[in-house]
Design a protein around this ligand. Structure first.
Ligand SMILES: Cc1cc2nc3c(=O)[nH]c(=O)nc-3n(C[C@H](O)[C@H](O)[C@H](O)COP(=O)(O)OP(=O)(O)OC[C@H]3O[C@@H](n4cnc5c(N)ncnc54)[C@H](O)[C@@H]3O)c2cc1C
Length: 592
């Protein structure tokens, strides 16, 4: 397994130098988060990820989870690692101090999440799902539910799940069948089968708090008739101690392509006692509080895995000796030159790197905006931040996981046949990354959300929250010759994005299939243009500091590579988008 070193230098660069992270302290509740404090958090996070989580990544993949008599055992070392993680306070770093959390800014938490995913995604699933459950209960739960469950979710003694999926109902939650029957005492009896439930059963915590989507007896059909319930594995007594086992049990676990140390469970609810979260039939709203946070976090999974792959690939390319440089021998004292001399290897490494550093900037930009949306004193600023989050959430989820998958795949290619061999750890990163493109709403569904919901919302107001900073930046920098090599390609991509937007908005209004056919290409064009904007800003900032050290010169070089070698994809994407839906939709069903 390649050793993982948290990329703290780049993380600090993005947070403080690019995005002005120092001003987080001006937000109410963040007064104590000075740069020194944040630095200390990042360093401690790096330590636990590098020293505790990463060493279990390969062994966890080999051993996987085991299921016996309804009990799930996580791989060797996971329990101990979880205890260390929990005792270090990591389960609650981004949670409300009123319930024992540390209230860290989302911008910082995103970087910690990246390190966790890079070092051991399977491990990260357990606290990750708990955090999603925490968000829903914190946002929509009654005071009683909050008092009973949040402190334990925050300190990690209990974990959480989200139970949406059923055998007949994945993307289309309107088909959901799990029932909730009121018991007359304020609770309901939940009955039904959920599948693919991450962390549904395991041996890391004393209790598991399931958030379950189910239908009440009087529920309207479809997604408008779904309610959200909190259903613990063990019932909780009035004094907070654990009581009897509730009517929920794990029926089996899945054997899957990746994240093998994360348990993926069939969960059977058999008259289990559950309590409504939020209002009846408004479960989707409550679940979305959780899912939006999770979607950003899933994007960051792609980013973390890509970083782990890049680190392995870059080290390997320096060490592995094969062939000679096309421009003449570079290391005559060695039997061959290292892979690093070959243009094709550089193409792959720089592709990984340009995607990773651009994605990191985007993820932290979004997370910092989330902090503004929650805490800015001015309601108008909060509303502006909400618009931005609404539109970038599906983009981050889909783009960062797609790029993560491409980047981890390149990592295998750089290792050649050795990348295909399990013990080198590079293929695990590809397998682990693959699920991130599917769960939390498959990437195709994120694209439909972008074109179908976010694009038309409020006559394009959401889109403008992203387009305006880009167009303002182009207008402000266009006449600076020193920046032309970055601003000109950005402008070209932005024009393409606007053309694609007009096409999708107009055609899609008349024929929804047109929007559906364009959606995935549109999301990628959108995402690459946003990355180009961030790369243009990083290049400008680094040009001013290029004399300081190689870090900034590498930034400029990577920015150039992104603009010249990756951003041109936007031309092909626009062409595909504007070719319309006809080639797909005219194809006869019977011919497939
Ligand atoms: C390892 C793992 C962990 C998971 N963890 C959880 C969990 O913790 N909790 C939970 O509830 N679920 C979980 N899931 C389930 C996951 O969220 C679903 O698999 C996912 O939402 C897709 O649903 P599906 O598999 O039924 O696919 P389907 O909904 O059948 O979709 C199949 C394909 O069709 C596409 N598609 C479907 N509908 C449309 C449409 N209207 N338009 C265009 N394309 C469409 C999809 O994008 C997808 O590519 C997990 C799954 C796995 C494999």
């Amino acid at each position: 397994m390649p050793a993982y070193k948290a990329p703290l230098r780049d993380m600090r660069y993005v947070l403080f130098e690019l995005l002005g992270g120092d001003d987080l302290t001006s937000l109410p509740g963040f007064e104590d988060f000075s740069r020194d404090t944040i630095d200390a958090v990042l360093e401690e996070a790096a330590k636990i990820c590098e020293e505790v989580l990463q060493p279990l990544n390969r062994s966890g993949d080999e051993e996987g989870c085991a299921f016996e008599n309804g009990v799930v055992r996580t791989p060797k070392g996971f329990r101990q690692a979880y205890d260390t993680f929990r005792e270090g306070g990591w389960t609650g770093i981004a949670c409300d101090p009123a319930y024992g959390g540390q209230g860290l800014p989302a911008a910082v938490n995103t970087l910690v999440e990246e390190m966790i995913c890079a070092s051991n995604l399977s491990f990260g699933m357990y606290p990750g799902l708990s955090h999603g459950a925490y968000v829903s209960v914190h946002t929509y739960g009654s005071d009683e539910l909050k008092e009973t469950y949040l402190p334990k979710l925050v300190d990690g003694t209990w974990s959480g799940t989200m139970c949406l999926t059923e055998p007949q109902c994945g993307t289309d939650l309107g088909l959901l069948r799990t029932r909730a029957v009121p018991s007359g005492d304020g609770s309901c009896k939940i009955t039904g089968t959920k599948i693919f439930i991450s962390a549904g059963e395991h041996d890391l915590t004393e209790n598991i708090v399931h958030l379950v989507l189910a239908r009440l007896p009087d529920a309207p059909k479809g997604v408008k008739g779904i309610s959200l319930f909190l259903t613990p594995k063990y019932l909780v007594k009035p004094d907070g101690s654990l009581g009897a086992r509730n009517g929920v049990a794990c029926g089996s676990i899945e054997h899957k392509m990746g994240i093998k140390a994360s348990s993926t469970c069939v969960m059977n609810f058999d008259g289990a006692q559950g309590w409504l979260i939020g209002e009846p039939h408004k479960g989707m709203q409550a679940m979305f509080a959780m899912m939006n946070a999770e979607r950003l976090a899933v994007g960051v999974q792609g980013l973390g895995l890509a970083e782990a792959s890049y680190q392995g690939a870059a080290a390997y390319a320096r060490e592995r000796l094969q062939g000679r440089s096309l421009s003449g021998v570079k290391y005559p004292d060695k039997p061959a030159d290292p892979l690093l001399v070959h243009p094709d290897i550089r193409r792959m490494l720089l592709t990984q790197r340009a995607y990773i550093e651009g994605s990191r900037a985007l993820a932290v930009w979004a997370a910092k905006t989330l902090d503004l949306a929650k805490r800015h004193a001015d309601p108008a600023e909060r509303a502006k931040a909400e618009d931005f989050i609404a539109v970038v959430t599906p983009v981050i989820k889909a783009l960062l996981t797609d790029l993560g998958f491409e980047a981890t795949n390149l990592g295998v290619q750089i290792f050649g046949g050795h990348g295909y061999i399990r013990e080198n750890g590079m293929e695990q990163l590809v397998r682990d990354c693959r699920i991130a493109q599917i769960y939390e709403g498959a990437n195709g569904i994120q694209a439909l959300d972008l074109v179908g919901r976010k694009m038309p919302a409020h006559a394009g107001r959401f889109l403008r929250s992203v387009f305006h900073p880009i167009s303002d930046h182009i207008a402000a920098k266009k006449s600076d010759p020193a920046l032309a090599e970055f601003i000109a390609p950005l402008e070209k991509a932005f024009v393409r994005l606007q053309q694609a937007t007009t096409f999708v908005a107009q055609k899609g209004m008349a024929r929804p299939d047109e929007a559906g056919a364009a959606a995935s290409d549109y999301l990628r064009l959108f995402g690459l243009t946003v990355l180009a904007y961030l790369w243009a800003k990083m290049a400008e900032d680094s040009l001013a500091k290029a004399g300081q050290d190689g870090f900034y010169r590498a930034k400029i070089g990577t920015a150039r590579f992104f603009m010249e070698r990756l951003l041109p994809q936007t031309g092909a994407l626009l062409q595909a988008i504007t070719s319309g839906a006809k080639t797909m939709m005219a194809f006869e069903d019977a011919a497939f």
